[in-house]
Unconditional design. Structure first.
Length: 177
């Protein structure tokens, strides 16, 4: 997917392919159906991320959408799912989220248009005060969001990579609007 806008993200290549035996046990990835704020903490603290970094990372849900034939959930989080922005934070804070009336898994839709969605796991970020203060910060200040996202995402990309000495930092290309 070509993404419009967003921060420049420095990163270093070097992650190597693993073997089947390197696979962690099931259940270590975050679960969209889990509404507990403890759940993202269980997943991300063990990788060395704090609450601010976790919120910065989840803001990537400004991009893309859920698919019924993949996760079973349905719909985008924002009206501009191919442009990187702080819209995820603005939408989650300012809209009223109600249960989606359907046969699929429990998820939320925005009451006004019925076109946007939030996962039970997303809503945890406005229920918990330690997370919510960062949602509010990033909804107000897109520049700070871009800076913090770039740092947290670089950390995620480079986590545990056995770099060869002298590996150079690269930059993702940014397509301007
Ligand atoms: C609590 C943590 C997280 C949960 C529970 C979660 C859950 C999900 C779910 C259920 C989907 C829908 C998949 C589908 O149906 O196609 C999704 C999509 C997506 N997630 Fe997350 N996610 C989390 C963290 C992250 C992070 C850390 C990033 C990146 C930094 C991220 C980026 C994305 C993107 C870009 C999509 C859209 C993919 C597409 O359009 O095909 N998510 N996520």
């Amino acid at each position: 997917m070509y993404v419009q806008g967003g921060p420049v993200i420095p990163w270093k290549p070097g992650r190597v392919d693993g073997q089947p035996t390197d696979c962690p046990p099931d259940g270590r990835l975050p679960d969209g159906a889990n509404p507990s704020p403890q759940h993202p903490r269980d997943v991300f603290y063990r990788m060395g991320f704090n609450d601010q970094e976790i919120v910065a990372l989840i803001g990537a849900h400004t991009l893309g959408r859920c698919h019924t034939d993949r996760s079973g959930f349905d719909g985008p989080w924002t009206f501009s799912p191919t442009a990187f922005s702080n819209s995820y934070f603005v939408e989650i804070l300012n809209r009223k989220w109600v249960d989606k009336n359907w046969k699929g898994p429990k998820q939320f839709v925005d009451k006004e248009t019925g076109q946007l969605m939030m996962l039970p796991a997303d809503v945890a970020f406005i229920k918990d005060s330690g997370f919510k203060k960062w949602v509010e910060t990033y909804a107000k200040d897109e520049k700070k969001y871009f800076e913090d996202f770039a740092k947290a995402y670089q950390k995620l990309l480079e986590l545990g990579v056995p770099y060869k000495e002298g590996t150079q930092e690269l930059r993702f290309k940014v397509v301007s609007a």
